[in-house]
Design a protein around this ligand. Structure first.
Ligand code: ADP
Ligand code: MG
Length: 365
């Protein structure tokens, strides 16, 4: 028997803020047989309609192991959505750790690979941000992710000696590369995973694609990473809500933006529990254990999807005080919203006036 389940656009939702405006995305229903959302459930065709006289195409996609949603407004929305879905699948094929055809799979399994310019540059960028964040972002985390069972959902707590051994295979110095030939080589036992930045890179690519078409407004949610193009069709800003890490039916707050991404990392997104302890999927490369920095949610608001995705993960590892210090040196590149484990919310001054919340919040300086 078919049953109806509800799929929330995970982690961040768009609130309309105004009842008459149809540009709100909150909860969508997906018809499903067994309660599991599968690729087929989300492999829907784009649906094109008119809202307030503006042509709009919307589509759900399952890619990069997550649910995605796109809504594109403008006369060429149909062409743009087709190109966008193609781009998502192309990048997924390029970067997937599990797809035997992907460059990352070949690099990890053979230990060496001649990379495309695109993959090479993305890895270079990740290493650069890894360096800036003093190793909080570390793409060589993959063997450790495997050991914790996050790659297979066969969760387990590795022994201390196992973690110690795996930590020795991690770090940027285990990756060598030749700028001219684009040949990248990994030390024995080292493997990389671009999971912390791939969706942010993808959403930035989608914004570039929208530029090529007659599109005046768009929003994409790539597994809860929101990126908006332009403002809403009525000229007002998008109001992007940020999930409450402790209660998925509530919001921590919302931020009004145009032409920006709003990207959140939280331990609540993927985790398991053993002996009453919760272990989540953002690992601290300095300990090998799930990051335990006192924060429960980090949202980055920026023009740059790759940077924002990388930083949402890294600042989660750093914790509030190091994150604030990092922001002080890069305040022209991003803003943040951080919730700490005592329930306090901290935002950077750039969000003052555009961030709203039912809870009190602090503005960092
Ligand atoms: P999500 O992809 O769930 O939205 P993130 O952007 O924070 O969340 O990325 C988490 C993913 O990044 C993990 O699933 C793992 O593949 C990888 N990862 C975990 N810890 C780190 C880290 N310290 N540095 C780089 N990548 C990490
Ligand atoms: Mg990230």
């Amino acid at each position: 028997m078919k049953k109806f389940i509800y799929l929330t656009i995970a982690a961040a939702l768009l609130l309309s803020g105004c009842g008459s405006n149809a540009q709100s995305v909150q909860v969508v229903s997906v018809n499903d047989d067994d309660g599991e959302i599968t690729e087929e459930d989300l492999a829907t065709e784009a649906e094109t309609t008119y809202e307030n006289g503006v042509k709009v195409s919307k589509q759900y996609v399952f890619a990069m192991d997550t649910e995605m949603y796109l809504a594109i407004y403008g006369t060429e929305c149909e062409e743009a959505i087709e190109a966008a879905v193609e781009e998502i699948n192309r990048i997924d094929d390029l970067l997937s750790v599990g797809d035997e055809e992907s460059e990352i799979f070949v690099l990890n399994s053979e230990g060496s690979c001649t990379l495309s310019d695109e993959t090479y540059e993305l890895i270079e960028r990740a290493l650069e941000i890894g360096d800036l964040t003093a190793g909080a972002l570390d793409i060589t985390v993959y063997p450790l992710m495997e050991a914790w069972g996050f790659t297979t959902q066969d969760y387990r707590v590795p022994s201390e000696s196992e973690i110690k051994e795996l930590l020795e295979k991690m770090g940027a110095d285990k990756i060598s590369y030749d700028e001219d030939t684009k040949v990248m080589t990994l030390s024995e036992g080292t493997m990389i995973d671009l999971g912390a930045i791939a969706k942010g890179y993808t959403s930035s690519r989608l914004m570039e694609i929208f530029e090529e078409y007659d599109v005046n407004s768009a929003m994409v949610s790539l597994g809860g990473n929101i990126h908006v193009y332009g403002s809403k069709t009525d000229g007002s800003d998008w109001n992007v809500a940020i999930a409450d890490p402790e209660d998925s039916s509530k919001y921590l707050g919302a931020v009004k933006v145009s032409d920006k991404c709003v990207i959140t990392s939280g331990g609540y997104e993927r985790y398991f529990e053993e002996d009453g302890v919760v272990y989540h999927h953002i690992l601290d490369p300095s300990t090998g254990y799930p990051a335990d920095s006192g924060v429960i949610s980090v949202t980055i608001v920026s023009d740059d999807g790759t940077l924002a995705d990388a930083l949402s993960t890294s600042l989660f590892v750093m914790g509030l005080s190091k994150a604030t210090e990092f922001w002080e040196n890069h305040s022209d590149e991003f803003d943040f919203i951080i919730e700490t484990d005592d329930g306090e919310i901290y935002i950077t001054p750039g969000l003052d006036g555009i961030f709203s919340s039912d809870s009190d919040y602090n503005i960092v300086e």
